[in-house]
Design a protein around this ligand. Structure first.
Ligand code: NAD
Ligand code: 0WE
Length: 258
């Protein structure tokens, strides 16, 4: 039986009720986990109040600002985890960013700055969060990130984000190899396209979703809830033998050649 009672789970990447991270947080909570939430702080504090309101039903015992480009905020986040929880069991990494001009047109047009930013936020952040989480996962643990098939195959316009996801997926393998001796498992979910804040800002996302609905074996896209259920499984003892893997939650789209 899926049971996360007694487990402390830190969830990053909730922006609104469409976020994949929100789907994951709800399913972890439903399975009995104690939830902590980080949010991306902005000057006006809008994210703080919006995300704070949204997650209230999950009774988060921890709610902290964490911009992953800010090393001091990352360290402060895990200092708070240590102080309030003592130990950490589950870390959900569910964030990505590339500037608009890194997501359209000719891939080779990308600037060094835009390329570096995308890889820093979307890939390096898994390394820094995992490094900070490691000493707190004293009873073993599970680290989970979100990726996309555009890191393995060419998807029009995904461009620099594809390179970031390729790096992210290799991070999963190297981190899994390092942390296995501490019974810390590291995995990724490769989700099919879902309408979220990040994906809706992308031109042509609806066409892409229709393409998946026509081609995927299940003839549909997936939901935040389906990704959340797989996340809960991978973070539970039911998945105790799984580490270093990328699990596709994509209605089967990835297997198709045409
Ligand atoms: P989303 O916009 O809801 O989530 C993206 C999150 O990244 C936001 O909460 C944002 O605050 C956070 N973020 C951006 N820069 C940050 C920074 N510097 N520090 C901390 N947080 C930062 O969109 P989403 O689609 O739910 O994306 C979540 C994850 O799922 C991403 O890794 C994305 O690549 C992945 N994914 C999305 C889809 C999709 O179609 N929506 C498919 C596969 C994988
Ligand atoms: O990983 C993603 C989205 C990541 C993302 C989206 C944005 C849009 C707004 C990262 N950074 C930004 N920056 C912005 O300014 N997905 C898997 C969703 C997605 O994005 C695409 C897709 C799909 C699917 C971009 C191009 C093509 C397909």
């Amino acid at each position: 039986m899926l049971n996360l009672t007694g487990k402390n789970a830190l969830v990053t990447g909730i922006a609104n009720n469409r976020s994949i991270a929100w789907g994951i947080a709800q399913q972890l909570h439903a399975a009995g986990a104690n939830i902590g939430v980080t949010y991306l702080p902005d000057e006006k504090g809008r994210f703080e109040s919006k995300v704070g309101e949204l997650v209230e039903p999950l009774n988060p015992s921890l709610f902290v600002p964490c911009n992953v480009q800010n090393e001091a905020q990352v360290q402060a986040t895990f200092d708070t985890v240590k102080e309030k929880w003592g130990k950490l069991d589950i870390l959900i990494h569910c964030l990505a960013f590339a500037s608009k001009d890194a997501l359209v047109g000719d891939f080779s047009n990308v600037s060094r700055e835009a390329f570096t930013q995308a890889l820093d936020i979307s890939a390096y952040s898994l390394v820094s969060l995992s490094h900070a989480a490691k000493p707190l996962m004293t009873e073993g643990g599970s680290i989970l990130t979100l990726t996309y098939v555009g890191g393995v195959k060419v998807i029009p316009n995904y461009n620099t984000m594809g390179i970031a996801k390729a790096a992210l997926e290799m991070n999963v393998r190297y981190l899994a190899a390092e942390m296995g001796v501490h019974n810390i498992r590291v995995n990724g979910i490769s989700a099919g396209p879902i309408r979220t804040l990040a994906s809706s800002a992308v031109g042509g996302i609806l066409d892409m979703i229709h393409h998946v609905e026509n081609v995927a074996p299940l003839r549909r896209t997936v939901t935040q809830k389906e990704v959340g259920n797989t996340a809960a499984f991978l973070c539970s003892d039911l998945a105790s033998g799984i580490t270093g893997q990328i699990v596709y939650v994509d209605a089967g789209y990835e297997i198709m050649g045409m």
